[in-house]
Design a protein around this ligand. Structure first.
Ligand code: SAH
Length: 463
């Protein structure tokens, strides 16, 4: 380790900042958020710094730095754009034994400042020893996306309960097991989401052993297939589940992101091969959760859009099992974006309808007059196996045979294929290209825009 990390208490401590420009402003913000009493030495200040001075929140000495101005601060930061001045500040501070940082100049600094992820009271600091600040910032961006914004609230909550938990469990091991269960369970999720029922629930958990061993179910939308389109929340829950129930729609690259030692259970649900009937999936979730496991029910797209998510949590609600639902990008949104088909481009469509092309008892059971309205885009889920009947239906109910129509296979994944045509020729096109499930059919004038707006996996011009 080239640098020893510490967290320094600055509440009400005098800190000196030399410089009054944008860089100084950034440092001033940070020092103030740590509660420092700030003195700034600079001939001139940015308007924001000047406003703090005017409000009496920050002290300002309007002059160029001279060594005798140093005083006795806890630490010094030099943020001027003149190296000689920064050098003077450093020399003075080092002579007085005061920690000093020169912004972006590790050579002149006795300490360096890390990239920070602030979930106070939890703070994460990342440093590359001043060697590759950009890398530290990239790492910070990754951590920001993994650590929920509510983590600060959770840390404060856990801090408030610390003594009572200690009193309840005298053994360290017991205590750790309790905290591990609580901090990764539904109560923690509720606290992070801003619920104020946390204290009542915590009381109940401490009162009963059975309760904090209880499991829960996360019903998570995994999006249309591209891992980049997961939500932060989906990814986090995927990484803390004990067991995952997934079906055919969940792309393999998504499954890769589930916690490595989580048990994986395939529950099928491709249209024609119902590996497990819905009732069995429901009761499997119930029994796993009752056995104390954190169950991840991972579904393609959005769980509440043709996903039977409602039925699945209905059973959980009836059984009193804690659950939460995480929305996902539904495949219609994914396909539209990645195929360059704006579903409601205002020149062409004022509404969009999502329907299922799944047949029941040999017929579509669709509201054709509603589907064939002008100025409307229709997206058909699960329509591939009856594409001929569907396209015929549109024409039969009044749509022009040359209405633009598209089919998007495996949308958003590296395997995506998009075919565009008309209601009249789309079925033959799909067949000729061997389009397979999952695929969406999009009908409406907006499909025309795909030629111009498609960007994903498009060959370079002239290529
Ligand atoms: N809950 C899912 C839909 C489940 S129904 C969602 O919100 O997207 C299954 C149908 O969704 C498939 O038959 C297909 O029509 C569509 N689908 C799901 N993922 C898809 C993808 N990556 N590309 C194209 N269609 C997809």
């Amino acid at each position: 380790m080239d640098y020893f990390p510490i967290f320094m208490k600055l509440q009400d401590q005098a800190c000196l900042l030399v410089g009054g420009g944008e860089v100084a402003l950034r440092k001033a913000r940070l020092l103030r958020s740590a509660g420092a009493r700030l003195r700034i030495i600079a001939p001139e200040l940015t308007p924001e710094l000047a406003a703090w001075v005017a409000a009496g929140e920050v002290e300002h000495i309007a002059a160029a730095f001279r060594p005798e101005m140093l005083g006795h601060p806890q630490l010094v930061i030099a943020a001027t754009n003149a190296r000689e001045v920064n050098q003077q500040v450093t020399d003075a501070a080092k002579a007085a034994g005061i920690p000093v940082n020169v912004v972006d100049d590790p050579e002149l600094s006795s300490f360096i400042t890390p990239a920070i992820i602030d979930r106070s009271p939890m703070v994460i600091a990342v440093s590359t020893g001043g060697k590759v600040p950009v890398l530290a910032r990239l790492m910070r961006a990754r951590l920001e996306s993994l650590i929920p914004a509510g983590y600060g609230a959770l840390a404060r909550f856990a801090g408030d309960w610390r003594e009572r938990v200690k009193a309840r469990f005298s053994q360290v091991d017991e205590r750790r097991a309790f905290w591990e269960a609580v901090l990764q369970g539904p109560l923690a999720e509720a606290v992070m989401a801003g619920s104020d029922g946390g204290d009542v629930e915590m009381d109940a958990l401490l009162a009963s052993n059975a309760r904090w061993h209880a499991g829960c179910v996360y019903l998570v939308g995994a999006g249309p297939g591209n891992p980049d389109l997961l939500t932060f929340r989906a990814l986090r829950l995927m990484q803390q589940a004990d067991v995952v129930l997934y079906d055919k729609l969940v792309a393999p690259e998504l499954l890769e992101l589930v916690r490595r030692d989580a048990e994986r259970i395939y529950v099928g649900k491709a249209r024609a091969d119902h590996t497990l009937p819905q009732d069995d999936i429901n009761s499997l979730m119930v029994s796993l959760a009752k056995a104390g496991r954190r169950v991840l029910r991972l579904k393609g797209g959005d769980p509440f859009t043709f996903g039977r998510g409602g039925e699945e949590i209905d059973t959980l609600a009836a059984e009193g099992i804690p659950f939460e639902v995480v929305p996902g990008i539904t495949s219609a949104s994914g396909a539209a974006a990645y195929a360059g088909i704006p579903l409601t481009h205002r020149d062409y469509a004022q509404s969009v309808v999502f329907v299922t092309g799944h047949m029941k008892d040999g017929s579509f059971n669709l509201d054709w007059p509603a589907l064939t309205r002008p100025q409307q885009t229709v997206v058909v889920y699960m329509g591939l196996s009856h594409i001929q009947g569907l396209c015929d239906g549109f024409i039969l109910h009044g749509k022009a045979a040359d209405t633009p129509a598209a089919i998007v296979e495996q949308a958003t994944t590296v395997r995506q294929r998009t075919l565009t045509g008309t209601l009249a020729d789309l079925p033959a096109l799909a067949q000729a290209h061997g389009i397979a499930s999952p695929a969406l059919i999009i009908v409406g004038e907006v499909v025309r825009l795909s030629d111009r707006l498609a960007w994903y996996r498009r060959k370079p011009a002239g290529g």
